[in-house]
Write a protein that binds this ligand. Structure first.
Ligand SMILES: *Cc1c(COP(=O)(O)O)cnc(C)c1O
Length: 380
């Protein structure tokens, strides 16, 4: 309930600065999507890897391959980032094993995907500067498990480029398959190999289409299996289930938005990098540090600062008082969610220390320099 405005209340409202939202997604306007929608009217094909979906997969593969300097990239679309992770794990996890190593500090979707793939997450810590699981941390966790895991899920924190070479070496050394939850990293992939990179096409990610996801890999046989896995396990066009699967396809309408997004993606990435540059500059003398490379070396939609312990409560109060919305995008870590509180885990000192202090700031196309100035002022 809000009180009816009094003359004093009105005066206060007038003097209060306009609130600043933490995120305002921006997808292609309807006019950019319309030509693709008209093609659906003509084809009367609405799903099942129709022409728009094929074009989106091939267009994304060309775009990603050119960016990473890699030949033979395949893209398999899926209904969400979460289902993309799930099918990649299903396809790669070693049969007969139960555990999947994954960092506790991630968006909670990672843990749901691991469980939905029939595996039991084992939560590990992360490295403090980049917020990610490293091969050294995974090796330390292996030594504590009663049996070797089926797979490792490596999370790309808020869009940071995953270290594909390091994880290929890990897989070669230990014989444990690696899958990347690169949900927010679609524009920052610098290396693409056989290990599947699952990305999200959710509206809040750089390559937003509303809801959707994709798996990216150079392994053509794996890509074919993933296609089957998104459509009832039907392989090579036959209506015969070759393995347990589901329906994780995207419709032609989703692909239409995807094609419009793809057409503008490089320009969008540049706009976000420009905004990240403004923030990085404004924060140069701030006690709050940005995640390594965030916003400037790679584009993100969720820009976080790490606030020093002794300032945390005061800074959050200052942001609230200034009408500036902030968010702990990943909460306090997977082990703090009731649904996952009983999971096996290693010691998590970095996660416990870092997670409460990683604070998402307002960041979106249309945010002005003056508004960035207000945010940085409130961090002082
Ligand atoms: C966004 C995100 C997901 C989930 O993607 P959806 O498309 O929303 O299912 C998974 N993991 C991470 C790290 C994410 O940021």
């Amino acid at each position: 309930m809000t009180n009816p405005p009094t003359s004093q209340g009105t005066a206060e409202l007038e003097s209060a600065p306009a609130p600043i939202a933490v995120l305002r997604p921006l997808l292609p306007p309807a006019t950019d999507v319309l030509p693709f929608l008209s093609r659906i009217d003509a084809s009367r094909i609405y799903s099942n890897y129709g022409p728009l979906c094929q074009e989106l997969q091939q267009g994304m593969a060309r775009w990603l391959g050119a960016k990473a300097g890699t030949e033979g990239v395949r893209v398999v679309t899926a209904s969400s980032g979460t289902t993309a992770i799930e099918i990649a794990l299903r396809a790669r996890a070693l049969p007969g094993r139960r555990f999947c190593l994954m960092p506790s500090f991630t968006f909670i979707a990672s843990a749901h995907a691991v469980c939905n793939a029939g595996l039991e997450p084992v939560l590990t810590d992360v490295e403090a500067d980049r917020f990610t699981l490293t091969p050294a941390l995974a090796e330390a966790a292996l030594a504590q498990l009663p049996e070797p895991p089926a797979a490792v899920l490596v999370v790309s924190a808020f869009g940071a480029p995953p270290d594909v070479a390091a994880w290929e070496a890990f897989e070669a050394a230990h014989g444990i398959p690696v899958v990347f939850d690169a949900a927010a990293a679609v524009t920052s992939l610098r290396q693409i190999g056989h290990q599947p990179l699952a990305v999200s096409l959710h509206a809040t990610k750089v390559f937003g289409i509303g809801e959707g996801g994709a798996v990216i890999t150079t392994d053509g046989a794996l890509a074919d299996r993933l296609v089957a896995n998104t459509g009832f396990g039907f392989a090579s066009g036959e209506r015969v289930s070759t393995e347990r699967a589901g329906n994780y396809r995207i419709s032609e309408y989703a692909a239409a938005v995807g094609l419009a997004t793809l057409a503008g993606i490089d320009a969008k990435e540049q706009r976000l990098l420009r905004l990240g540059g403004l923030y990085a500059e404004a924060l140069r003398n701030s006690p709050c540090r940005l995640q390594h490379g965030a916003g400037t070396e790679w584009a993100t939609m969720t820009l976080n600062v790490v606030i020093p312990h002794e300032r945390l409560d005061r800074t959050l109060r200052q942001l609230d008082a200034a009408g500036i919305q902030w968010r702990r995008w990943w909460g306090l870590g997977t082990h703090h969610h009731p649904a996952f509180a009983d999971l096996r885990r290693t010691a998590l000192p970095v996660t416990e220390d870092l997670a409460p202090r990683v604070i998402g700031l307002p960041f979106y196309e249309g945010l002005t320099e003056a508004e960035i100035g207000r945010v940085v002022e409130a961090l002082r």
